[in-house]
Write a protein that binds this ligand. Structure first.
Ligand code: BGC
Length: 420
């Protein structure tokens, strides 16, 4: 095994996402999104109605929230005071998988086990209170069809989840069964919404001019308020942006896709979100060394970029690496993250172009939640630069709002908006 310098340069180049690709992606994203809105089945974007509009900001009451979408499950007790004010009163969070102990995400898991686990976390946040009635807002972060905001039918798992017997099923119905099973008849699953929708609600509860809600974390996605030209009431649409299928994949993208749970789907997400970037790095790094290496996490990527990942890289390589080779590895990690952020920028601008339909861009806020994005300075800077690169001076009107805890807050707001 030895370091192939030529391969290293080629791998870095393979993750470039140049100015022309960036501009083209904006336009194709917009047209694909509009095709989807017109109901064309050949679009890779199929906007999903949330049956929710924007909040007034005066929603109030006390709610239980459940955030189920990726690595961790969180339940909270949230108090809304109106006027954009709130308090997150209690919180319990558990990972979906603890290696060697349990796994509620993989093929070997079960729907009964998963929903029982969710009910257990809700029970914990209530401190065993089986009396006080609560409405529950449920952030369920997978593509789902809805005909009201009260329940959602899972279309297809993403982010490598593979729990049997949930696809094609009504999710809140299953959750309700599990709550009853646990004696929690005082908790009523009232609202169910995508995490991007929750982020948009949470941001719009507190600030003006929020155009887009987005998650940039284990998964990637965005939503916005569709005005429907006055034909019907405005409604937040979940774009399932991660499924956009018109980006050029390089050899590492293709190899990763081929070994993923759902080959040929979520092409953009597999190039952008934290769940996949570490795996892309490991594939390319292994290619440079001529050897398969284990996948690093998104957090490891952070360290590698910041220059404190040399011990990890040397351990992965199993051979001594020179400082120059460590630097090339950091450049590779940075190229992967920069491409991710530039694609995210193309998505946001494609959406803004649809929302504004030729009008000038005034003050617009894009609400983003996600640990991956928040902790990755390279991603934040690359996203801002790409917005300015595409929008020039108008880009200065577009602000990225970092919303933390948006999924739970948004779920509480949705429960308040719906009522009993
Ligand atoms: C899901 C989306 C979700 C996103 C962020 C994607 O894998 O398909 O529904 O919004 O992850 O969690």
């Amino acid at each position: 095994m030895e370091w192939n310098g030529q391969k290293a340069r080629e791998a870095i180049e393979a993750f470039a996402f140049g100015p022309e690709e960036l501009i083209a992606a904006v336009e194709v994203f917009r047209s694909e999104m509009e095709k989807g809105l017109q109901g064309k089945v050949d679009s890779t974007l199929n906007p999903l109605p949330s049956y929710l509009g924007l909040p007034t900001g005066d929603e109030h009451g006390e709610f239980i929230t459940l955030d189920f979408g990726g690595t961790n499950v969180r339940a909270e007790r949230v108090r809304l005071f109106g006027g954009g004010q709130y308090e997150q009163a209690a919180r319990v969070a558990k990972p979906l998988i603890v290696p060697g102990r349990y796994n509620h995400a993989g093929r070997g898991s079960s729907a009964v086990g998963l929903f029982g686990f969710l009910a257990e976390i809700i029970d914990a946040v209530l401190g065993g209170d089986h009396e006080t009635p609560y409405r529950l807002g449920h952030t369920f972060s997978f593509p789902s069809t809805q005909d009201s905001p009260r329940d959602a039918k899972l279309i297809s798992w993403t982010k490598e989840l593979a729990v049997p017997d949930v696809e094609g099923r009504w999710v809140n119905e299953k959750l309700n069964d599990a709550l009853l099973q646990r004696g929690l008849s005082n908790v009523h699953p009232t609202a169910i919404l995508n995490d991007t929708v929750a982020v948009l609600l949470a941001a719009a509860y507190q600030w003006d001019n929020v155009a887009i809600g987005s998650i940039y974390a284990t998964g990637f996605n965005a939503c916005y308020l569709e005005k429907f030209d006055g034909e019907k009431s405005p409604m937040i649409m979940n774009l399932e942006a991660g499924n956009f299928g018109w980006l050029d994949q390089n050899e590492y993208d293709m190899a990763l896709d081929a070994t993923s749970e759902k080959e040929g789907t979520q092409t953009l997400e597999k190039m952008v979100s934290g769940r996949y970037l570490g795996a892309l790095f490991s594939r390319a790094f292994g290619d440079i060394l001529g050897e398969t290496v284990h996948a690093v996490t998104g957090e490891d990527l952070c360290h590698i970029i910041q220059g404190d990942g040399s011990a990890l890289l040397r351990h992965m390589a199993g051979i001594p690496l020179t400082d120059g080779q460590i630097e090339e590895s950091a450049a590779l990690a940075e190229a992967i993250v920069r491409r991710s952020a530039r694609i995210a920028a193309a998505v946001y601008v494609g959406m803004l172009r649809h929302i504004l339909d030729g009008k000038a861009i005034g003050a617009q806020n894009i609400a983003v939640e996600g640990s991956f994005f928040t902790h990755m300075a390279v991603a934040r800077v690359a996203l801002r630069d790409a917005l300015l690169e595409i929008l020039k001076d108008e880009g200065k009107n577009v602000q990225i709002l970092h919303v933390s805890g948006g999924a739970s807050l948004g779920a509480a707001i949705a429960a308040a908006m719906i009522g009993d």
